[in-house]
Design a protein around this ligand. Structure first.
Ligand code: NAP
Length: 247
């Protein structure tokens, strides 16, 4: 019952870590979980699974780069529930290439979704949270947002960026009762790794002290903690959830 009565938005929650988080938040008795994703079918599936398990969820087709999509979702939640307690900025993509092969299109796309999408979604709820003098914002970075990584100029820039934003928001919003934290997943078994050859996955596992990939639920558990009042004195924190991965 750690999220009892909380109205929670999780972006990119049709699949992967976001979907695991939406289910976890519903299990923790969130008043409602706004399941939003660019993939409509995935949204419908996650909402159906949550409802069948006895939780509360509403689905929204939201592209985090589209201000109107985001505003429509926030307006709908405000009409129905009159508040937004938690925002998890989880939607993200990778489009890897070494710098000498990385065109501007790949660079811009990753920055638009991972970095600007995080800004746009947070901007859409910040006045609501300031008014209610409470809220928890969780940005999803990566261990790549701590160490950088081969072939990930665009992704690293976006993931360092969301760390910087959360640290700034912690300072700006702390006295308004709003917390902002960052989760840095390591290698997590989701479709984001689908295109990785088996050989690469094995080499990834060798870099992890726990010797295995993480599960989406292991990130969802940390989101739930940061969303809940159990983390009431944690803000501006960057939490490595990677089984101790060295890149
Ligand atoms: P995932 O399985 O690909 O799920 C991400 C979801 O976000 C997908 O349903 C995707 O839809 C959706 N999405 C993409 N662009 C969007 C947009 N513009 N607006 C709204 N939704 C959008 O990825 P994941 O592995 O769960 O990753 C979740 C987050 O964790 C990301 O921020 C990622 O960078 C971060 N992370 C993941 C790992 C990992 O190893 N899995 C490691 C470190 C950090 P489509 O599938 O249709 O694109």
């Amino acid at each position: 019952m750690r999220l009892k009565d909380k109205v929670c938005i999780i972006t990119g929650s049709g699949k992967g870590i976001g979907a695991a988080a939406a289910k976890k938040f519903a299990e923790e008795k969130a008043k409602v979980v706004a399941v939003c994703d660019i993939d409509t079918e995935a949204v419908e599936k996650t909402v159906k699974e949550i409802k069948e398990a006895g939780g509360e969820a509403i689905g929204f087709e939201v592209d985090v780069t589209d201000k109107d999509d985001i505003q429509d979702m926030v307006d709908c939640l405000m009409d129905k529930y009159g508040k937004v307690d938690v925002l998890v900025n989880n939607a993200g993509i990778i489009m890897d290439a070494q710098l000498h092969k990385m065109d501007e299109d790949r660079y811009d796309k990753v920055i638009d979704i991972n970095l600007k999408g995080t800004y746009l979604c947070t901007k859409a709820v910040v006045d609501i949270m300031r008014e209610q003098e409470s809220g928890s914002i969780i940005n999803t970075s990566s261990i790549v947002g701590i160490y950088g990584n081969f072939g990930q100029t665009n992704y690293a820039a976006s993931k360092f960026g969301v760390v910087g934003m959360a640290k700034s928001w912690a300072k700006e919003l702390g006295r308004k009762g709003i917390r902002a934290n960052v989760v840095c997943p390591g290698f997590i078994a989701t479709s984001i790794l689908d295109d990785m050859p088996e050989k690469v996955i094995k080499s990834m596992e060798k870099k992890v002290s726990l010797g295995r990939l993480g599960e989406p639920e292991e990130i969802a558990n940390v989101y739930a903690f940061l969303a809940s009042d159990e983390s009431s004195y944690i803000t501006g924190a960057v939490i490595d959830v990677s089984g101790d991965t060295t890149l």
